[in-house]
Design a protein around this ligand. Structure first.
Ligand code: C2O
Length: 623
């Protein structure tokens, strides 16, 4: 790869005085456009970068001509050495940088991508004079995220090597495995300023859930590739939606020894999981969640695919539909490190789990029917900060990550590129001063994040009783589950019938004041008035959904005030409440059945008897 750089025309090697600034300055630089972070590096011996004093012009279909010292993509593929290295052609206005180029004249250059060095473009060839129009679509082959199930043994070896190299780095190195895992969440105390600034950033319980985790994986993928020294290494995904892939991928459990950096011994992972036991079928279910057409919903509501509209906060509640199910449930069912956001990313399977979640975001969009990503300024412009493989602090916004091929240069092996045509990125607005705000402030819940009243007025129809504050009166979530009586008055039952018959009104089952004690790999299948004596699974009448406590514990992290808000989970039971009441007109019996892993015949295995947490009240809400 580096030898290509010798092809550089000497005329293009323009030494700049500003080299090294990105590495030493604490300032965050934009993470997009992504094909060259920071300076273009003509790749003189490592450590002595020669920089060219220009940057990429903003991209977007029909890009404007580049400004002085900027480059745009040329609308043709590379022909020379750049083509061999996944490069392409760029058109640059070098008038501010080269005496020989008059203002307003453009030159075309061949560029080669170096996926191991900032994914940066190196100039490899002077092509000649060029003139508009310019295209902004890179002529680069995207990295393809493959299913772990189809990886070859040499790909697995490369993945292991990259993880191993990252794990060998000290935790003040921003490209180390532990630093990266701690960016998600951690119980470690940050010491260095980069740790204080960057740890504990994950976004749960809001419409930033999908976008933040996409950005996080994007940079992890690049760091991993560079660490492995393998330009072809791409983070795979674990498709647990495939019934044949509900066991932990083999490469993560065999060989079961310390030489395999993907393996984690108990208690970091349950022995049953390492032994090849599987996820239950309700844990990976997502049909109901995919049926949501809206990506987001007003604060305090969960009837959307991607979650409530709220300011960035690490642990908000309630969780959006897909985040709750299957995302949270899979975390919980996997147990060990994965069951707690504060430790989850320490298990290397975290990245494959989230790659699958990220893949399914695109799959959800591809269903069409009006599905689209958020278009509000906050979602599009809020900046989140990460690090690239060179250790540079970088930031991205929602607007910069909606098109995984055009913007982030990766795709999934089962997705056509056409997705990107159907869902082009919105116009990109960046460098908005108010959007900059969040870049450094991810650690505090921002004001205005309280649960706001939902759009439709809500009414309580029935309750298990007033929220008890005394621990003994709380509803315990243990290893035997719970049966909770919610008496119904005739008036409440009647009102319920009216609501469900008058869309868009709905009836919800709601668990209020959830407190989390620990994460022991137990989630709960929730039923309302299941038929007496029935075998309980997701096909039983009255099955509502699952309850997981993943991410519902607002961690008492450094610098974070104790949570004051009500942590709750809510389920739309409009479709099944009529039948449930018919089975028992006097009231609703809410049954919580503890679940963990399942054997290979699909039978539930015994779960931990420890208390996972408690509930304050069970309520039936109309809205
Ligand atoms: Cu931020 Cu799957 O967790």
């Amino acid at each position: 790869m580096r030898s290509l750089l010798l092809l550089l025309g000497a005329a293009l090697l323009i030494a700049a005085g500003a080299d090294g600034a990105a590495a030493s300055s604490p300032e965050y630089v934009p993470g997009y456009p992504l094909y060259c972070q920071g300076p273009l590096t003509p790749g003189a011996p490592s450590g002595r970068e020669t920089t060219t004093p220009f940057h990429w012009a903003s991209t977007g279909a029909g890009a404007a001509s580049p400004e002085p010292r900027q480059c745009s993509w040329a609308d043709r593929t590379g022909e020379g050495p750049e083509r061999l290295s996944w490069g392409g052609n760029a058109i640059c206005d070098f008038s501010g940088a080269m005496k020989s180029v008059p203002a307003g004249a453009y030159i075309e250059v061949g560029v080669a991508r170096d996926p191991l060095a900032g994914n940066c473009m190196h100039l490899v060839r002077y092509i000649g004079a060029a003139s508009p129009p310019f295209s902004a679509v890179p002529a680069l082959a995207p990295f393809v995220r493959q299913s772990i199930a189809v990886l070859t043994s040499s790909q697995i070896a490369s993945l292991r090597h990259g993880i191993q190299v990252m794990m060998g780095r000290p935790n003040f190195d921003v490209t180390s495995y532990s630093f990266q895992a701690n960016i998600h969440a951690t119980y470690d105390s940050p010491f260095w300023s980069n740790q204080k600034e960057s740890w504990n950033q994950c976004q749960h319980g809001s419409y930033y859930f999908f976008s933040w985790h996409r950005m996080y994986l994007y940079f992890f993928d690049r760091i991993l590739r560079a660490a492995a020294g393998d330009p072809k290494l791409v983070l795979p995904y674990w498709n647990w939606t495939d019934p044949a892939q509900r066991t932990l991928p083999v490469a993560f459990r065999i060989p079961a020894n310390v030489g395999n950096p993907l393996y984690i011994a108990p208690p970091g992972r349950p022995a049953l999981l390492d032994a090849g036991m599987q996820l239950g079928s309700s844990a990976v279910e997502y049909k109901t969640e995919f049926a949501n057409v809206a990506f987001d919903s007003p604060a305090g509501t969960v009837d959307s695919f991607g979650g409530q509209i709220a300011s960035p906060t690490q642990f908000n509640s309630p969780h959006g539909a897909y985040e709750s199910q299957p995302h949270d449930i899979v975390h919980t069912a996997l147990g060990g490190l994965m069951a707690d956001p504060g430790t989850a990313a320490q298990d290397p399977v975290f990245w494959l789990h989230h790659a699958n979640v990220d893949r399914m975001w695109n799959t959800w969009l591809a269903q069409g029917g009006g599905r689209h990503n958020p278009t509000d300024a906050a979602w599009l412009n809020t900046q989140f900060t990460f690090y690239d493989e060179a250790g540079h602090a970088v930031y991205l916004t929602g607007a910069e990550i909606v098109d995984t091929v055009g913007q982030l240069n990766y795709k999934y092996d089962d997705h056509p590129d056409i997705l990107q045509v159907l869902y082009p990125p919105p116009n990109i607005t960046r460098f908005l001063p108010e959007a900059r705000q969040f870049a450094m402030s991810g650690k505090q819940a921002m004001p205005g994040n309280e649960i706001a009243a939902p759009q439709r007025a809500r009414e309580e129809l029935a309750t298990s009783g007033s929220a008890p504050r005394v621990a003994l009166q709380r509803i315990e979530l243990g290893g035997t589950g719970a049966r909770l009586a919610v008496p119904l008055t005739d008036a409440a039952a009647g009102r319920m019938r009216v609501l469900v018959a008058n869309a868009p009104h709905q009836v919800y089952l709601r668990f209020d004041d959830i407190r989390v004690d620990q994460s022991s790999g137990v989630y709960y299948e929730v039923y309302v008035n299941p038929p007496a004596g029935a075998k309980l699974d997701m096909h039983t009448p009255g099955y509502v959904g699952n309850l997981s406590l993943f991410g519902l514990k607002p961690h008492a992290m450094a610098g974070r005030p104790a949570p004051v808000r009500n942590v709750y989970a809510e389920y739309d039971i409009s479709r099944l409440v009529g039948e449930a009441v018919a089975r028992d007109p006097k009231g609703l019996t809410v049954v919580l059945v503890p679940r963990g892993l399942f054997d290979l015949r699909g039978e539930p295995l015994p779960v931990s008897t420890k208390v996972q947490g408690t509930l304050g009240t069970v309520r039936i809400i109309g809205g």
